[in-house]
Design a protein around this ligand. Structure first.
Ligand code: HEM
Length: 398
């Protein structure tokens, strides 16, 4: 296979037209553990390792003792959340923190939200003026995840669009690794006020639970840790599911036969949703830091090295997925790593799956089909690759 020109994976603009798949096809084949040299966009001017094959990505997810989330956080840029925020801690502290919120996100608890999510999905669709083309991201794909995370956390629904705008500004910063500090400050300020409110007026929601919770060792979360929970959970709930919902619709518009198959038998959605998550892989890469010297596919990697694992690439690995570049709603088994694996496996996976199921059921029921009504726009970001705008025309069922 001929060599391809390396692209700068630390630059958001590389992702402006979607994920650079051709480069990763080459990496998986020729350089599955590749040293990315520093570029003018690389945080701290440092290079990093790029791991692209499914087997290696899965093995790293499952070996947190060697590949730490705490030493340097989970993105390339230096992080203020390392060692504090759930996803950027290592066990046993991570396990203690996760135990506080786990109960709220089990499949059983999320199952109880189905009726509420369905009512919300219907209200969202009722509010869309579909006589003319509209932006599927703004009107539909971002709405249900936002409303859902507000309702689970206990955030007033009226604040959701303002918060969403802050988060979007944060991740969409020109240099995407350097999350806009203004946005972080605004989100933290909001968290401070809301958590104080939960302290005095607890309700049946996750933020009230963590404000009053004790860790297994009897200690309580510090204010900083509490705010870190909010600044993780809100964006995590708002951003990724939106990308899966919008990216899934694009795939189904491109494959009208598969849209029809789902319409004929919506019970096929359960399997289809896994394919949508594989196909869109909205959470694109994770960073880890080596705790010790390791050797990976013949490459000697010293302790303390920045190493990135690319879920999007693992989910298109030719060794694991037959025809990985074919969107196939009946792909089963589908061992994608779109929600991660191991101790940091996505806390919100059941919630995301439920949101996707409910919204697609409602879309399939209400609309005969969708068609593109203009060019989609992608985020300028290498961690959350997704559409920021998707103009569509929707045709109601007759
Ligand atoms: C399609 C939608 C989603 C995708 C693709 C996704 C993807 C991921 C991935 C890959 C991880 C692993 C992170 C790591 O190993 O460093 C993760 C963790 C996490 N996700 Fe999601 N996620 C989605 C939806 C959600 C939702 C709706 C929530 C809402 C609560 C959420 C909350 C979290 C949290 C809190 C973690 C950290 C868990 C831990 O460190 O123990 N995610 N997610």
């Amino acid at each position: 296979m001929r060599s391809v020109e390396p692209v700068d994976l630390s630059w958001g603009r590389t992702f402006i037209n979607g994920f650079p798949h051709p480069f990763f096809v080459w990496l998986r084949r020729e350089a599955p553990v590749w040293w990315h040299p520093p570029t003018e966009h690389s945080p701290d001017g440092e290079g990093f390792w790029v791991v692209s094959r499914h087997a290696d990505v899965a093995a790293m997810f499952k070996d947190p003792d060697t590949f730490s989330s705490e030493l340097g956080g989970t993105q390339l840029a230096p992080s203020t959340g390392a060692g504090i925020q759930l996803n950027q801690t290592d066990d046993p502290h991570h396990r203690h923190l996760r135990a506080l919120v786990n109960k709220g996100f089990t499949p059983r608890m999320i199952g109880r939200l189905e009726d509420d999510l369905r009512a919300r999905a219907r209200a969202i669709l009722d509010g869309v003026d579909d006589a003319a083309p509209f932006d599927f991201v703004a009107r539909i794909a971002r709405e249900l995840p936002l409303q859902a995370i507000c309702s689970v956390l206990g955030v007033p629904q009226g604040d959701r669009l303002e918060l969403c705008e802050i988060v979007d500004r944060g991740v969409g910063a020109e240099s995407p690794e350097i999350v806009s500090m203004d946005a972080v400050r605004e989100l933290t300020g909001y968290a401070r006020t809301l958590l104080a409110e939960k302290r005095t007026n607890p309700a049946d929601d996750i933020l009230s639970v963590i404000v009053h919770a004790e860790l297994e060792d009897g200690s309580r979360l510090t204010d900083k840790e509490l705010r870190a929970f909010f600044t993780l959970l809100f964006p995590a709930g708002a951003e990724t599911t939106r990308s899966a919902m919008a990216g899934g619709l694009v795939a189904l518009m491109d494959h009208p036969d598969q849209w029809r198959a789902l319409q004929a038998d919506p019970s096929r959605l359960k399997v289809a949703i896994e394919e949508i998550v594989r196909w869109t892989s909205p959470s694109v890469y994770k960073r880890r830091t080596t705790r010790r010297d390791v050797e990976l596919r013949g490459q000697a990697i010293p302790a303390g090295a920045k190493i990135t694992l690319w879920e999007m690439s693992a989910n298109h690995d030719e060794e694991v997925f037959g025809d990985p570049f074919t969107f196939d709603i009946s792909r089963d088994p589908n061992p994608h790593v779109g929600f991660g694996l191991g101790t940091h496996f996505c806390l919100g996976a059941s919630l995301a799956r439920m949101e996707l199921k409910v919204m697609y059921e409602e879309l399939l029921d209400r609309y005969d089909c969708f068609e593109p009504a203009g060019a989609a726009r992608w985020s300028n970001n290498n961690r959350l690759v997704g559409m920021t705008e998707l103009p569509v025309r929707a045709h109601r069922r007759g």
